[in-house]
Each structure stands twice: as structure tokens, then as C-alpha cells.
Design a protein around this ligand. Structure first.
Ligand SMILES: Nc1ncnc2c1ncn2[C@@H]1O[C@H](COP(=O)(O)OP(=O)(O)OP(=O)(O)O)[C@@H](O)[C@H]1O
Ligand SMILES: [Mg+2]
Length: 242
């Protein structure tokens, strides 16, 4: 479903991705772990075409999104939902408007159905009743959940999660993890989640990839990564500095 090959991205002198290779099967949840600043968010932004790579390819359903025309990219993006690291809600729009943004812009559904759909998405994240509030009037954890509702509003085939549980209390974090697992089971979406939180990775990942020094250093099931004897993997897992 997603095939990334020899992906490189630098910002000036800063070589962030030095040749990333990664394949994600249909219906699979791949979790990319790695230290803060190693390029996880950059990788996700490349996958939805918000950034352009220096070289390399990103096939989504067989189509190289680094080569397609902008208009086609916008179409492909409709298949992809993204939960941004800082939620990235629009400050001047209500919760209802934020969740319904893409639906109102891109679907041809009548307004009544759009409203129902928004209600459904908010119900999934247990947030009915706050439709009229602005992002500044809700908590950080609620923003994350609104971001999640927005990410799935268009029934995406692919969902990308950037740090879905960072900065949340353990109970809310567990709720988000439960939600992600439920979405996977119910909608059988293909997902990539990036996080530096190992517990989240173990719980939601079918496979886990360790991004290290600009490359995918290791890919394996949670069990394989837990029992790996690779030095870099061990150091990350044991929370030592590498
Ligand atoms: N638009 C940009 N312009 C210049 N440098 C950037 C840009 N975006 C990211 N970087 C750099 O790329 C590197 C990787 O950043 P990125 O946000 O991907 O890290 P991360 O792995 O997501 O970290 P965290 O876990 O803290 O979110 C950093 O050195 C950052 O400064
Ligand atoms: Mg990040």
C-alpha cells in the first residue's frame, strides 16, 4: 500500500533522511519510533506531500506521489487522514467546523448528512456536546481527539498519526490507543504512526520500525524488537543514549 524507497531529505547542511526504505502492507499498522529530532515528522510530511524529497520515491497504491501533478496529489491526499503532532486545528473555527472542513470542501454530501457524519466522528472520540467550542476553549487532550475525528472524517484508506499520545495523561493516552486500535479493526485502514513512546508502539504496532541516523535501522514485530540483540535497538529500548 505504501512503498518508500531511498528517500532523502536535507534542510541546508542538515541531512535528516539519508535513504529511508519502508514498506507498509494494506491494513497494517506500522509504527516508526526514534529519538526526538530524528526526522519522524518530516517522514510523515513527505508521505502526504507537504514536503518534497531531494530524491527517492513514495508509492501510494502504486502511484509515486513525489512525481504526480499537484492536482492529482490533492486527490490522493483525500484518501489519507493525518493527525498532526500539535493537532493543527484552525483557531477561528469551531470543533464542528474543524472536523467537517474536508467534508464540506470535498464531498458532495448534503449538509444534513455532513452534520450527521461529524456527529458520528465526534462520538467515536467521545466528544459530543462540544461542537460549538473553539480550540482555545478545550484541553490539549480534547484537541488531540478532535484532530483524530478530523483525520478519519473522510473515511480515509490511510491514516498517519504523529505522536498520538504525547503529552497526554495515561488515561487519556490509553483512550486514544484504544480508539486507534478500534479504527484499525473496524475500518481496516492502513496506518503509519510515529512516536517516541515505546508503550504506544507496542500496543498499536503490527510492526515497528526504528528510524536512526537518517535510515530505518530495524523493522520487526513488537516481539522481535523486544528480543532483538541489535545494539542500537537495545539502547533505544533500554532508554540509553546512543
Ligand atoms: N521545515 C523545516 N525547515 C528546516 N528544518 C526542518 C524543517 N522541518 C524539520 N526540520 C529539521 O529536521 C529535523 C527532524 O525534525 P522532525 O520534526 O522530523 O523531528 P521528529 O523526529 O518528529 O522529532 P520529535 O519527536 O521531537 O517530534 C530537525 O533537525 C528539524 O530541525
Ligand atoms: Mg515530530
Amino acid at each position: 500500500m505504501i512503498a518508500i524507497e531511498n528517500l532523502k531529505k536535507s534542510f541546508g547542511e542538515n541531512q535528516v533522511l539519508k535513504g529511508v526504505n519502508l514498506n507498509v502492507e494494506k491494513g497494517e499498522t506500522m509504527v516508526v519510533i526514534g529519538r526526538s529530532g530524528c526526522g519522524k515528522t518530516v517522514l510523515l510530511k513527505l508521505i502526504i506531500g507537504l514536503l518534497k524529497p531531494d530524491t527517492g520515491s513514495i508509492l501510494i497504491d502504486g502511484e509515486d506521489i513525489t512525481k504526480v501533478k499537484y492536482k492529482r496529489l490533492l486527490d490522493i491526499r483525500k484518501k489519507v487522514g493525518m493527525l498532526f503532532q500539535a493537532s493543527a486545528l484552525f483557531d477561528s473555527l469551531t470543533v464542528e467546523q474543524n472536523v467537517g472542513l474536508a467534508l464540506r470542501r470535498h464531498s458532495k454530501l448534503p449538509d444534513k448528512e455532513i452534520r450527521e457524519k461529524i456527529q458520528k466522528c465526534l462520538a467515536v472520540v467521545e466528544l459530543n456536546g462540544i461542537e460549538r467550542l473553539l480550540p482555545s476553549e478545550i484541553s490539549g487532550g480534547m484537541k488531540k481527539r478532535v484532530g483524530l475525528a478530523r483525520a478519519v472524517a473522510m473515511d480515509p484508506e490511510i491514516v498517519l498519526y504523529d505522536e498520538p499520545t504525547a503529552g497526554l495523561d495515561p488515561v487519556t493516552a490509553q483512550g486514544i490507543i484504544r480508539l486507534i486500535i478500534e479504527l484499525q479493526n473496524r475500518l481496516s485502514v492502513t496506518s503509519i504512526a510515529v512516536t517516541h513512546d515505546l508503550e504506544t508502539a507496542y500496543e498499536i504496532g503490527d510492526r515497528i520500525a526504528l528510524l536512526y541516523n537518517g535510515r530505518i535501522h530495524f523493522v520487526g514485530t513488537p516481539e522481535q524488537i523486544k528480543t532483538s540483540e541489535d545494539r542500537v535497538v537495545r539502547q533505544f529500548i533500554n532508554r540509553e543514549t546512543v
